[in-house]
Design a protein around this ligand. Structure first.
Ligand SMILES: [Zn+2]
Length: 151
């Protein structure tokens, strides 16, 4: 919803879309509970507008405003980086949990494998198995020769 504002421009902050900027609360570790304005749209549709509520509003001077806008964009980028870092911290915790779960599974499997190896070794040592002959391989070769002849 865009409500046209006839009164003084500098009174109400507008985002790049031209919509009245929305006051929000920062949740980043760097700026916890700091108030800021940004686009009123949903997080995925937001324009790049960002403005700390405790920093100077638009001056009306184009160059100063543009500089402020660039500075705000830098702040927003830092904020986003902070958020990404935070997200990765969460992921790191999940990954570490998964890793330790996998590691314990792996050690269980390794223990089972060792047990199986021991049993195989014991079985081999107790009843002597006949060694595997080569004759099966020569059988295959004979079969191949027959196939070639029939073609
Ligand atoms: Zn916007």
């Amino acid at each position: 919803m865009s409500t046209p504002v006839d009164s003084k421009e500098s009174d109400e902050l507008k985002c790049t879309c031209g919509l009245p900027a929305k006051l929000r609360v920062s949740k980043t570790p760097r700026n916890p509970f700091r108030l800021f304005y940004n686009c009123s749209k949903g997080i995925h549709d937001q324009c790049g507008y960002f403005h700390w509520a405790d920093e100077s509003a638009a001056t009306g001077d184009r160059q100063t405003d543009e500089l402020n806008l660039i500075r705000n964009e830098c702040i927003q980028l830092q904020r986003r980086m902070g958020e990404i870092e935070e997200e990765h911290e969460d992921e790191k915790t999940i990954w570490n949990e998964e890793k330790s779960a996998l590691m314990s599974q792996l050690s269980t499997v390794q223990a089972e494998l060792d047990e199986m190896k021991k049993r195989i070794k014991m079985a081999n040592e107790s009843d002597l198995m006949p060694p595997v002959d080569k004759f099966s391989k020569s059988d295959d070769e004979a079969d191949d020769a027959i196939i070639i002849h029939t073609l």
